[in-house]
Design a protein around this ligand. Structure first.
Ligand SMILES: CC(C)(COP(=O)(O)OP(=O)(O)OC[C@H]1O[C@@H](n2cnc3c(N)ncnc32)[C@H](O)[C@@H]1OP(=O)(O)O)[C@@H](O)C(=O)NCCC(=O)NCCS
Length: 150
């Protein structure tokens, strides 16, 4: 272990993370994904996180039309390097009338020993829209599924 941000999955020892998060996408970090100094480019990571979150929000809300309305503060805690696996995890934080807020973590995954380092953690709010782009309510079925009072 080289610090509190590392997680060891094999014996389920996890620190500084939400343990019940679901894996929602995986990206091998390629040379073309790097920015200056050989680190994964921040804008690329944000695009992956937004796309993975939108797909997860669609799955959670039983709707193909979910748009990003808010991304919370993003702190890039550690660099990801070429050859790392970048894994994105999500969890439902809350469901409003027309929106769902997801907790999202991007972790760099070491394929040799399963250790993970948190690269970025944030919350993203997605709104369900209709074909005209207007906000519409999340269904009661979804709220019941996630134990939200209706
Ligand atoms: C998302 C969008 C449809 C919301 O429209 P709107 O007229 O603000 O709708 P509402 O005021 O009814 O708000 C809808 C939801 O968004 C939330 N919201 C709106 N503005 C917000 C803000 N600045 N911060 C946090 N939440 C906000 C509201 O809280 C509401 O959630 P709730 O119903 O669960 O309480 C509209 O802002 C939009 O189209 N934005 C562009 C989306 C986009 O293109 N994203 C990038 C690509 S996916």
């Amino acid at each position: 272990m080289t610090g509190g941000h590392y997680l060891k999955l094999k014996n389920i020892t996890m620190t500084n993370t939400t343990t019940n998060m679901e894996l929602i996408s995986t990206h091998p970090v390629k040379k073309s994904d790097l920015g200056f100094h050989g680190n994964l480019f921040g804008g690329k990571l944000l695009a992956w996180v937004d796309a993975a979150g939108a797909a997860f929000a669609s799955q959670v809300c039983d709707s193909p039309r979910m748009v990003t309305v808010l991304i919370d503060e993003c702190v890039f805690k550690k660099p990801a390097k070429e050859g790392h696996l970048l894994k994105i995890y999500g969890d439902v934080k809350s469901i409003g009338t027309t929106s769902v807020t997801l907790a999202i973590e991007a972790r760099s995954h070491n394929v040799y020993d399963g250790r993970q380092a948190i690269i970025l953690g944030t919350n993203i709010k997605f709104v369900r829209i209709d074909e005209q782009g207007e906000a519409i309510p999340i269904s009661q079925r979804v709220k019941l599924k996630y134990n939200i009072d209706i």
